[in-house]
Design a protein around this ligand. Structure first.
Ligand SMILES: CC(C)(COP(=O)(O)OP(=O)(O)OC[C@H]1O[C@@H](n2cnc3c(N)ncnc32)[C@H](O)[C@@H]1OP(=O)(O)O)[C@@H](O)C(=O)NCCC(=O)NCCS
Length: 180
C-alpha cells in the first residue's frame, strides 16, 4: 500500500495505491444499486484480473471513502483514446458520503496527483453515461471537457467521452530568450 498525501492541494483528500491484498481497506465502499451500472463495484474491480490497471482508494479524514481505477492501456483498447491518455474508470464515492463535496474534491486533486505519479501522461480520459447527470456535472465543473465523441457502452448505454489535459502537448517547444 502506497499512501500519497496531497496536503497542499486538498487538505482532506489523499490517494492510496492499492495492491490486490488491500481489498479489506475498501470492501465497505458501495454505491446505490441503480448506480452500479455506471461504475461497477469494488468487488468486481478486485475480482477482475485485468493487466495494466492501477487501483486507488480516496481517503478523507483517515477513512477510505471512494475508489477509482487508472487504466494504462486505454490508448490500446479504446478508439477514442490517444497515446499518453490515462483512463479514469470505476470512479465512485461511497453512497453514504455522496453529496458532501468529496467527488468534486477528488476530481480537483486528481490532475496534479496523476501528473506526478505518471510523468509521461498527457491527459485523463473517461466515459460517463449520458443518463448520469450528477457525474456529468461533476466532471464538467472540475476541468473535464466533452470531446464530442459518444461511446457505445453496450448494455450500459451511450456514454460521453471527456478529457482533461494534465501536461502541455508534447509538441510544445518552450524557448527561452536571453532576458529569461
Ligand atoms: C458521481 C459521484 C462520484 C459524485 O461524487 P459526490 O461526492 O456525490 O459529488 P459532490 O458531493 O462533489 O457533488 C454532488 C452534488 O452534491 C452537491 N454538494 C456538493 N457539496 C455539498 C455539500 N457540502 N452539501 C450538500 N450537497 C453538496 C453538489 O452541488 C452536487 O449537486 P449537483 O449535481 O446538483 O450540482 C458520486 O455521486 C458517485 O459515486 N456516483 C455513483 C458512481 C458514478 O456514477 N460514478 C461515475 C462513473 S463515470
Amino acid at each position: 500500500m502506497l499512501d500519497i498525501a496531497l496536503m497542499n492541494i486538498s487538505p482532506d483528500i489523499s490517494f492510496v495505491r492499492l495492491e490486490r491484498s488491500d481489498f479489506a481497506l475498501v470492501r465497505h465502499i458501495e454505491v446505490a444499486p441503480e448506480q452500479i451500472i455506471y461504475c461497477g463495484t469494488v468487488d468486481m474491480a478486485f475480482a477482475s484480473d485485468e493487466a495494466g490497471i492501477d487501483l486507488y482508494a480516496v481517503r478523507a479524514a483517515g477513512t477510505c471513502v471512494g475508489f477509482f481505477k487508472i487504466d494504462l492501456k486505454y490508448p490500446k483498447t479504446q478508439d477514442f483514446a490517444r497515446d499518453g491518455d490515462l483512463g479514469l474508470r470505476a470512479f465512485m464515492i461511497d453512497r453514504w458520503r455522496q453529496g458532501s463535496g468529496l467527488g468534486s474534491a477528488t476530481l480537483r486533486a486528481l490532475p496534479e496527483f496523476l501528473r506526478k505519479t505518471y510523468p509521461d501522461a498527457q491527459a485523463i480520459v473517461l466515459t460517463v453515461n449520458i443518463r448520469n447527470q450528477v457525474a456529468v456535472r461533476r466532471y464538467l465543473s472540475t476541468g473535464f471537457t466533452a470531446t464530442g465523441d459518444v461511446h457505445d457502452g453496450g448494455h450500459a448505454g451511450l456514454q460521453y467521452v471527456m478529457r482533461q489535459m494534465i501536461a502541455p502537448p508534447r509538441s510544445l517547444h518552450i524557448s527561452r530568450t536571453m532576458s529569461d
